[in-house]
Design a protein around this ligand. Structure first.
Ligand SMILES: O=C(O)CCC(=O)C(=O)O
Ligand SMILES: [Fe+2]
Length: 298
């Protein structure tokens, strides 16, 4: 699931300067998608890397990938030129978009010591979840670019296969999870992710290869009926039993197929308040929508 770029491709990419991107509503414009694809397809080994990426995300047993772009980040500096290249790789998977009208395409995930520690940019354990869980059409992929890891050494990423976890549950728990009895979070002014879905079933049953609509964050934050909460807790425990974890390095680009894997992050190291804001862990996030323009399906 870790994909290194051939050095020939890295060397070639350093010499490329992609034009700034344009948006069409919340989505990366098709003209930019085409422009970036034409430019990158001409580089050596790019199509092989793109095929490996597709296979890791959508092939049998696949579901996530880490594209290691650290050398490129170092060579280019973490500026626009690098971010355009990462956007071009993302666009090879599906259409990048921002559901948040107030944010640019790429959203900062920094570290805020005063925030709910279990939420995005909090300092605590960020429990396994899917992003935009309460939209009727969650992003097909969520992606995280590591600009800076926690300088104190905490915060490994965690990933778990929810279909495998669900398969280990009792039939009774699965039946409870298939009921529209779950809810999480607010839904306000979001674009490209459908309408608010509330309450939702964790398992929708119709589409076995589809989303397991789950966030372990709801166990603490959403009032749920006793039986439904118990089933959700069982699922959360199974997810943790099956999880993998690894530390993102500078320039690592994690792409998660939200139909296949849930993601999260272990707590950052204690003492974040002693780290200057400019040195704290920093990720950039963009979501992807699969569509006609997203290349070959699984
Ligand atoms: O901080 C991380 O590594 C994960 C953040 C995350 O999953 C989110 O903000 O949705
Ligand atoms: Fe997330």
């Amino acid at each position: 699931m870790f994909i290194d770029l051939p050095s020939e491709l890295e060397a070639d990419l350093v010499g490329h300067s992609l034009p700034p991107w344009r948006l069409d509503g919340p989505f990366l414009a098709k003209s930019t998608m085409d422009e970036y694809r034409i430019e990158l397809t001409a580089t050596p080994w790019f199509e092989e890397v793109a095929a490996t990426l597709h296979h890791s995300l959508n092939g049998e047993n696949g579901g996530y990938a880490v594209l290691r772009l650290g050398s490129l980040a170092k060579a280019l500096g973490a500026d626009d030129r690098f971010l355009r290249l990462v956007t071009a790789f993302a666009a090879e998977v599906a259409v990048p978009f921002s559901p948040f009208p107030r944010w640019p395409l790429w959203k900062d995930i920094g570290v805020k010591v005063g925030k709910d520690p279990g939420k995005s940019s909090g300092i605590g354990y960020n429990a396994l979840h899917m992003d935009l869980v309460n939209g009727s059409l969650p992003p097909d992929y969520t992606t995280l670019l590591c600009v800076r890891p926690d300088p104190l050494g905490g915060g490994p990423s965690i990933l778990s296969d929810p279909h495998a976890a669900v398969a280990r549950l009792s039939e009774n728990s699965r039946a409870l999870l298939a009921e529209p009895a779950y809810h999480y979070g607010t839904f306000f002014d979001l674009h490209g992710v459908g309408a608010e879905y509330k309450p939702f079933p964790v398992l929708d049953g119709i589409d076995p290869g589809g989303f397991v609509r789950f966030t372990a964050k709801m166990l603490e934050r959403s009032p749920l009926g006793r039986a439904h909460a118990d089933a959700a807790r069982e699922l959360a425990d199974e997810l943790v039993r099956g999880q993998v974890s690894f530390m993102l390095q500078p320039g690592d680009y994690l792409i998660v197929n939200q139909r296949r894997f849930l993601h999260g992050r272990e707590a950052l190291h204690i003492g974040q308040e002693t780290v200057p804001v400019a040195d704290r862990r920093l990720l950039l996030q963009v979501f992807l929508r699969a569509g006609a323009a997203s290349g070959p399906a699984a």
